[in-house]
Write a protein that binds this ligand. Structure first.
Ligand code: ATP
Ligand code: MG
Length: 729
């Protein structure tokens, strides 16, 4: 395949400009990511060793796609390019060199859950009032500090006489000390420690500078200070740095992203070449015009022209409903209709919303309608209890200095080691300056353990045995051995509940993950597996071959594209969020607007926006107006629904608002009736998910029949006949 085929002149120029700093600044869907991919292929074809190339992507999934594409184009070498996220790159570097700054190379990576547990311990230890010092707020303060490369010492200095900040600095000190003791790093530390390593060990930095002679960064607008430093340090010697981004898509300020990194690239690299891409290849012109209409309301932006040769396409559909249930029902109905009409596959459709909590209503409706879906960013597979328990066993075998892991499993499954015993062991560990596992090994010297002693010893004997044999086992064998010896699955089998069965399925899934890892990795190790697991974001678990509708927040949708996009909850107070419209920071509103721009520009063919007049939020009913972002879309691009969906004032020109001759014609809806149902009230039917039940009611729902079924196990469900696919038995 010719690398420069199907490229416009600016894209070609960007691919071929390989030496010196290069900034590609361009709007959504203009081919930025595609240019990066082709640029890698071009470098390889022109003799650059894949080994000398590093590309930073926003998700692991994007990294994999990039690698696959390069493979398709050049046919070799993609495995030795470093294409990965900032975090994954840093882990690889730290695994090799972190001992140079005083950690063990076998460090553990703490996820949010682990961080929270640790933070709770810190709050307790410092005897802070947990009502005032909430772990989330503390974690976020520390995270912001780390993103700005502010150390605990610096934090304390900056606090000056501010008593509250001083307290936080104490927490920060203690939190870091605990991490160090556990030989663990949190996500932010991965970057901070790598930058520290580069700054402290010139030879390590030079090694990587020589290795990564060509650097590329996608989604550069969302880099934060520590990421910026990481890139700048690596690029300082060869200066072959190509960054791509779109200032209109900067949406991670709350994570410390610094939009100035892209706007001031030319300041950091005065000789930088700047290339702008202005043709959008992704969306219909209606969608693009809608996006431009919205984003043009932002003041602090670089003016950009974005045009397309694509057809006009359908108008943006906007529908307003009484409440969230009706909204979800409508979206679900539309999806079913599209599938029934053969318009697309499930995987072509995404539902996007502002906050994770909004997914629940959709989930319920999708389930009833039998639509396969996946939620991106909900309870992570790896955050489930059974998965965490077993991973903690593996972590304990791999690195017994991870106190959280050891404490998690010391009495799981229950082996009669109680809370008092555990706190005695903790106290001993603190006194003797050892870690929790170390204290377990010295249990015989700890007073007051008498009855638990033998139980502790049998636990440590079990772990020690595994630790000495780890090299002879595959990870799969090790995991199966742990499951067998602890009786973990046997106990669940004995419970014999739906929940227990779901847990067993998750454990099976974990075993499958291990097998896949061992098959795909050249030299699989236990540490390697745990490291991979610690880094998978949810989006990465989506298998592009499988056919699911995707549900995700607008934030998670960045960089992706779908033929059909639903943006739900388009209400002031939801999106833009309540905080931004009640606060007085105009920058916050601009950030929300950029998020809206990201959402709109994900759509290739069709965009549907929905809103509800009433919505239940944390148990209270809220009445919201239609989102101002909907009003910012030029009126002629929007198709409104039936009279009752209409927010009468929403689209009326303000000057016409009070004139009488404004009228809306209700649109005719064709009603497609199901010819007949093969079952009747009183019949026994089978549903693929809910099993067997009896039909107790069939109501005429206008477009469809609404069938009520009393299922033997799943209870009473109301469902639309056309989606439910009930079979009479
Ligand atoms: P975003 O800002 O959302 O990350 P992007 O600028 O990275 O978007 P891409 O995802 O690279 O854009 O490209 C958008 C779509 O346009 C993709 O489907 C891509 O294959 C297609 N595309 C890009 N350039 C061309 C081209 N010259 N010819 C045909 N299709 C193209
Ligand atoms: Mg992109």
């Amino acid at each position: 395949m010719n690398i420069l085929e199907d490229m416009n002149p600016q894209q070609k120029e960007a691919v071929q400009y390989t030496r010196g700093p290069l900034l590609i600044l361009a709007g959504a869907g203009s081919g930025k990511t595609r240019v990066l991919t082709h640029r890698i292929a071009y470098l390889i074809e022109n003799g650059v060793k894949p080994y000398h190339i590093m590309a930073i992507t926003f998700t692991n999934k994007a990294a994999q796609e990039m690698r696959d594409r390069v493979d398709q184009i050049v046919g070799f070498g993609s495995e030795s390019i470093w294409v990965s996220t900032f975090h994954s790159s840093c882990v690889r570097i730290l695994r090799r060199f972190i001992d140079r700054i005083g950690f063990l190379n076998s460090f553990t990576i703490y996820d949010t859950d682990d961080q929270k547990t640790l933070m709770k311990q810190v709050i307790k230890k410092l005897e802070l009032d947990p009502k005032i010092y909430k772990e989330r707020a503390l974690m976020s303060a520390i995270s912001s500090a780390k993103n700005e490369m502010i150390s605990p010492e610096q934090f304390e200095k900056n606090a000056g006489l501010d008593w509250n900040k001083k307290k936080i600095s104490q927490v920060y000190y203690e939190y870091q000390a605990e991490l160090k003791k556990n030989n663990a790093l949190d996500f932010d530390d991965l970057l901070v420690k790598t930058v520290e390593l580069f700054k402290q060990c010139q030879d390590v930095l030079e090694y990587y500078q020589d290795r990564f002679q060509y650097l590329m960064v996608d989604e550069y607008q969302d880099t934060n200070t520590v990421q910026f430093q990481f890139i700048n340090l690596l690029a300082a010697k060869n200066r072959n740095l190509c960054v791509v981004g779109d200032d209109d898509q900067s949406i991670y300020k709350f994570r410390g992203a610094n939009i100035r990194n892209i706007l001031e690239f030319e300041k950091s690299f005065p000789d930088a070449k700047v290339i702008k891409l202005e043709q959008n290849y992704r969306s219909t012109s209606n969608i693009l015009d809608a996006a431009n209409g919205v984003i043009s309301n932002n003041k602090g932006r670089k003016e950009k022209k974005l045009w397309t040769e694509n057809e006009k396409g359908a108008k943006i559909t906007f529908r307003k409903f009484q409440n969230g249930f009706e909204e979800a029902e409508y979206v679900t109905g539309e999806i079913s209709r599209k599938i029934r009409n053969g318009e697309c596959r499930y995987g072509d459709i995404a539902i996007l919303y502002r906050t994770n909590a909004q997914s629940r209503l959709f989930e319920e409706k999708l389930l009833i309608a039998n639509i396969p879906y996946k939620i991106v960013g909900s309870v992570n597979f790896y955050a489930r209890k059974e998965v965490k328990d077993l991973l903690s066993y593996l972590k304990t075998v791999d690195n017994a200095s991870d106190d959280l892991a050891v404490q998690r499993i010391i009495n799981v499954p229950k082996r009669g080691i109680g809370a008092t015993t555990i706190s005695r062991i903790q106290a001993h560990a603190a006194e003797s300056g050892t870690n929790f596992y170390g204290a377990l090994l010295e249990a015989q010297y700890i007073p007051g353990l008498s009855r638990s002693l033998s139980k502790i010893e049998s636990f440590t004997t079990f772990i020690q045995k595994l630790r000495t044999q780890v090299q002879y086992y595959s990870v799969k064998e090790l995991l199966e051995h742990i499951i067998e010896e602890t009786g973990y699955v046997k106990k669940l089998e004995a419970e014999d509940t739906d929940e227990a069965r779901a847990r067993i399925e998750n454990i099976d899934e974990l075993i499958s993950k291990v097998v896949t890892y061992e098959e795909e990795e050249e030299s699989p190790t236990l540490s390697g597996f745990l490291q991979e697991v610690a880094l998978v974001a949810d989006i990465d678990s989506i298998d592009s071959d499988s056919d699911f509708c995707l549900l995700m927040t607008l934030h998670s949708a960045k960089g992706l594209e779908f033929p059909y996009v639903f943006m739900a909850g388009m209400e002031d107070g939801i999106f833009p969020s309540y905080m931004t419209i009640t606060g007085d920071d105009p920058d916050e509103l601009e950030e929300e607007r950029r998020l809206c721009y990201v959402g709109i520009t994900r759509a290739k063919k069709e965009l549907v926006m929905t809103a509800a007049s009433q919505r239940m939020i944390r148990g209270e009913t809220q009445y919201n107006k239609v989102s101002r972002f909907v009003h910012e879309i030029p009126r002629e691009l929007v198709e409104l629904g039936r009279e009752k969906d209409l927010d009468r004032d929403a689209f009326v020109n303000p000057r016409q608002r009070f004139s009488n001759n404004v009228s809306f014609k209700p649109r005719q809806f064709t009603v497609t009736r199901l010819e007949h149902l093969e079952y009747n009230v009183g019949d026994t039917v089978r549903h693929t998910k809910f099993g067997v039940g009896e039909v107790t009611d069939i109501a005429d729902g206008g477009k469809d029949y609404e069938v009520t079924v009393h299922f033997d196990h799943a209870g009473v469900k109301k469902m639309f006949a056309s989606f439910a696919k009930l079979k009479k038995i």
